[in-house]
Design a protein around this ligand. Structure first.
Ligand code: ZN
Length: 450
């Protein structure tokens, strides 16, 4: 009995003795009501597998106490060194959470997602064992974005667009990106055997390749260089300017970079050669039409290192006050092991100020599938999945969603391994997915009928 009392005393006394009321803490705070009304910097708004919602915040003990919210201290942020960041990581490969403990100390585990303080090398190791990783690099701006029109009226021009998507083109472009055969980059033949962000020449060639691809289409093409404490690289952007509402911008995005960490064998055909090929086909076909709104086709790098490239880009567009009305982000859209052609559209949770605006994009997608009779079964998941580049835009208060294969019940079996090859993809499912994407993008952009 006495041992227990002493032990309990120590448990309480040690953290209290070490922390001061003005020390900034990383803490888990339970979500009740709407999270936007808080006066605490929220770095993530997450949902447990049980459906319970919580926020990750960085605040002083005094602020946390004053908030009268239920909180759990994870650690003092003073512990973080200059070569470390805080990350959330989602277990994609079963058993990855068990392995995480061998890589670093886990600050929190909600049964699906973990919270960690990690160096760039540790992040790469987490990714290698089957985690999707996102950095807690800035507080979330909570606001209710403008809601896009989600009603779809059948248009012949869009019908033509949807039906001009060819399976053979998608196979070709995904093979081009995943090292199946050589491509032309800067006038020379080159085989893209890796698109890992830290691969050096291969990712440099891959970004150059998609840059030249979009330039050939006549788009306003540019590189967006980014750097953070964990590395540096470049995103690639191709823009089709809107005719009457050029200030309203629709982003069609995918991350170009791949896992595993290798400069010689990181094909990433599904993750995310598939989404990248989707952006290429969207750019190729939609560049031939006119839209009231501006369409931007964006390839990010640094996604697997914690959404680093998209975070830098979202920060930049937010700071310059750009009016991005929708972010449609594709990440892994070609794995379907059979059965129903199910896919998932991830939005924020219903308690989040951004939910209605995300939901409108998802509703539009579903209407496109029905109107243009595309063989897909979309499911809307309002679970705040924060593990791809759309989440960088959520943090800045923009509307967006993650378009992905059925990551709940039929997730890519070769995730983050060198087995993620073109031959493993379901090309008819992939083609249907890209058809719906183009229909959705054409409606979002408000096509100008010829
Ligand atoms: Zn991915």
């Amino acid at each position: 009995m006495r041992t227990t009392i002493v032990f309990l005393f120590l448990l309480c006394a040690i953290p209290c003795a070490m922390s001061q009321p003005d020390d900034v803490m990383l803490a888990r705070v339970e979500v009740t009501g709407t999270v936007s009304e808080w006066n605490i910097p929220v770095y993530a708004h997450l949902q447990e597998p049980t459906g319970k919602e919580y926020a990750l915040v960085m605040a002083t003990l005094a602020t946390l106490d004053k908030s009268k919210k239920i909180y759990l201290i994870l650690e003092s942020t003073g512990k973080k060194a200059a070569n470390e960041g805080y990350f959330i990581a989602l277990e994609r490969t079963p058993g990855a959470r068990l392995q995480a403990g061998h890589i670093l100390s886990v600050l929190h585990d909600d049964g699906l997602q973990i919270v960690v303080r990690a160096t760039a090398k540790q992040v790469e190791e987490l990714s290698m064992v089957g985690f999707d990783v996102a950095e807690l690099d800035c507080p979330i701006i909570f606001r209710s974005p403008k809601i896009v029109e989600s009603e779809v009226k059948h248009l012949t021009a869009i019908d033509n667009i949807v039906h001009s998507v060819q399976q053979e083109t998608l196979r070709q472009y995904t093979g081009n990106l995943s090292g199946e055969w050589p491509v032309q980059v800067s006038g020379s033949s080159y085989t893209i055997v890796s698109r890992n962000t830290n691969s050096g020449t291969p990712i440099q060639k891959a970004t150059q390749y998609v840059y030249e691809f979009m330039q050939t289409l006549g788009l306003n093409t540019s590189f967006h260089d980014w750097q953070s404490w964990s590395g540096a690289n470049r995103n690639v952007i191709g823009e089709k300017r809107g005719t009457t509402k050029p200030q309203e911008i629709v982003l069609i995005t995918a991350h170009l970079d791949s896992m595993p960490s290798s400069s010689s064998n990181s094909p990433g055909a599904d993750d995310n050669g598939s989404g990248s090929a989707g952006v290429m086909v969207a750019a190729e076909i939609l560049s031939q039409y006119n839209f009231e709104r501006t369409l931007r086709f964006v390839f990010f790098t640094g996604e697997e290192q914690g959404l680093v490239g998209s975070s830098a880009y979202a920060t930049s567009v937010s700071q310059s006050g750009e009016n991005i009305v929708a972010v449609y982000n594709m990440d892994m859209i070609a794995w379907d092991s059979g059965g129903a052609p199910t896919l998932r559209l991830h939005t924020r949770t219903t308690s989040n100020a951004g939910y209605q605006a995300d939901r409108a994009i998802a509703d539009l997608f579903i209407q496109v599938v029905n109107t243009y009779v595309i063989n897909l079964t979309p499911i809307i998941d309002a679970d705040a999945c924060a593990y791809s580049d759309h989440a960088s835009f959520w943090k800045k208060g923009y509307a967006g969603l993650l378009a992905i294969e059925d990551d709940e019940d039929d997730f890519c079996g070769n995730y983050h391994t060198s087995r993620d090859k073109l031959a493993t993809l379901n090309l008819s499912y992939f083609t249907a997915y890209v058809k719906a994407t183009l229909g959705c993008a054409a409606h979002l952009g408000k096509i100008v009928s010829k």
